[in-house]
Design a protein around this ligand. Sequence first.
Ligand code: MIG
Length: 791
Amino acid sequence: MFGKIKSIRKNDNKIIVVYENIEATVEVISPSIINFFVPLYRKERASKAIEDLVVEECDFEVSEEDEGIIITTEKLQVKIFNDFKVDIYDKYGNILCEDYREERKAFIRRHGNLDILKLEGHKVVVDAIYKVMVLKKMEQNTFFYGLGEQTGHLNKKGYQYKLWNTDDPSPHVECHESLYKAIPFLITVKDKQDFGFFFDNTFETHFDMGKENADYYYFSAVDGNLDYYFIYGPEVKKVVGSYTKLTGTNPLPQLWTLGYHQSKFSYTPESRLLEIADNFRKRDIPCDVLYLDIDYMDGYRVFTWDKKKFPDPKGTLAGLKERGYKVVTIIDPGVKKDKGYKIYEEGIKNSYFVTDKDGVPYVNTVWPGTALYPDFTNERVRKWWADNQKIMMDYGVSGIWNDMNEPASFNGPLPEDVMFNNDGLEVQHKEVHNVYGHYMSKATYEGIKEHSGKRPFVITRACYAGTQKYSTVWTGDNQSLWDHLRMSLPMLMNLGLCGMTFCGADIGGFSFDCTAELLSRWVQVGTFTPLFRNHSRDFTRDQEPWAFDEKTEEINRKYIKLRYRLLPYIYDLFWQAERNGLPVIRPLLLNYQEDSNTYEMNDEFLCGDNILVAPVVEQGKKARMVYLPEGDSWVDYWTKEIYKGGQYIVKEADLDVCPIFIKAGSFIPNYPQMNYIGEVEIKELILDIYPPIEGNKASYEHYQDDGESFAYRNGMYNLYEFIIESKAGINITISKKHNGYNKKYESIKLCINNVKSSKVSVDGAKINFGKYENSIEFSVPIKNNNVIEIK
Ligand code: MIG
């Protein structure tokens, strides 16, 4: 297709390879990131995911050999041949990935027909021919991760996915090839040499990880440019860090968004919403956020209220706010076709809706009946939509939930040739389908930011790569099935690896009827997932924490309270994530890449660096095997027993016990008990401390700010550093690395586990302390530096 290499040109970091039939551009973005671009569709490399591409000034060499061109950076050797075949080596000459040179050869499907498979619910794509394609040789011992929220397991080897945002209400199982999100980012782990491919193409894309043929893997698209980034590690953390440098990180959210969220389709009328609010406080279960699903609207008209169900929304929300509740309302894209309805009239008047190929506004059916689709790919429309957020902010709404933005439609899919403005360069639906949710979230984010001045809380179902800059995501319509509890773990871990730091699944399950035991186990998982939201659909049985029996309620209370204690730890993770792009919920392999036992760990995860969670995800189980990764020692959170890593242990786990292990050498900051963020002023931080193994040192950074504004970006925050060393006793130092926020803690309470001690001194003076069976506790007033010695 490309032909032979005729010549090359260099232009800054770009190497332009002139082929007989077309020119390809290879750009050294950094020594570890290389972009490959061929204008198969359009001349420019225009990304929807990358907003500010930073090309690093770096040294690299280009040489022309007989067979091809070699580009050598500090980290990589990239060899480019005729027909734009590409092989990539590390700097020592070890092959990382090689183009597959033979013909594709798909496995044979014998007898029968695809329609029957489809009827059975299998969502199979058969070996199609794609216009854009990169085919790589499968090396032995290759593991694949990423691709967003795809169903199935953590490792994607042997599977194929079609990235085309789809609202599929059938029970999600591992044969689904498409869900709501398109994140064309694949991570490859092979012999501790890891790299990723970000295939920046917004058309329908496909990823096949050796399903079609075990000899190769590929990514492809039905149309568009060939435009992908090779991102070298060799650590997975580095791959994720570089990917989020390109596409952006999740900005620090408001603190309350990390509390507990209660949702239902739908809490109406007002009395039902208030009943829910009363119950949390009455039953001593913390909760910050209540959701209003589509039924709060007047006939599903977005930005309106049904005044029969909510006669005084402003008053209601103000009352709730006084009791610590923030209300999030759903806003769908579909605008009801309805003469006299303000949003519709404005949209029509200003040509804000997508049209058919003749320019006639396109209609389909969604919740409000006949409806039109705002064209979020048009900046003018985004501005209008952003301003509409003010309507909701003025009612006292604290966050916006964007649903149905695949976009979904009840009357058949949107045709390929529905027209979108695409910021002035008109395109068809097939080119921007996968970014519809992305741009809706962006508009929503910008509107909330402008009209509230606070860090926006947006939650979206559909997205593309880079949406993490604007929105939280959830995994859509799961069901109250044990299978879905199990599957939510790899789904969320892979979302996390794709920069979607703030993610969650509907706790308890959306469709079908939850059981007491399932909710008890699910809330345990939710405690450690970034978005902690219980949600379920209309007509299913109630699944609020108290909806079953006293025991289930007690378990919900126990874990929701644990989440509130852990809030400063989780907030610290989010603060780090804005800077380094690393996820909150992590597969073990992210931190323990040297330990290949972690590569396929589907049912355990890390919450940050310090907490390992091995939840029970099977009905009736009262014990489970837990793998503790090699390289660290681990402390059972409940019994404080210490285990060496690199072994499987059996942990007994009655229904109220979620197996949790803390890495030896950890500080876990805790808040005192509270019902909601802002209820109590936190004057004392509690530090739950797990000393390192004798002879070792550990440190931790703790972040503090006002929890809601953007002032932290101007330095209004405090940063504390804690260091601990176990060496003939324990030495701890507390210091401040940044002093910018005036509401400081007055003191810190240290709870040190697994020590027996007879003497504690702070800054040289002996102090009294509480002594328990296996731990000690004492408070110290904060100075600029505290030195604590424990003998
Ligand atoms: O067609 O708004 O995934 O969370 O409760 C269903 C009603 C529309 C789908 C969302 C779900 C939400 C529901 N919505």
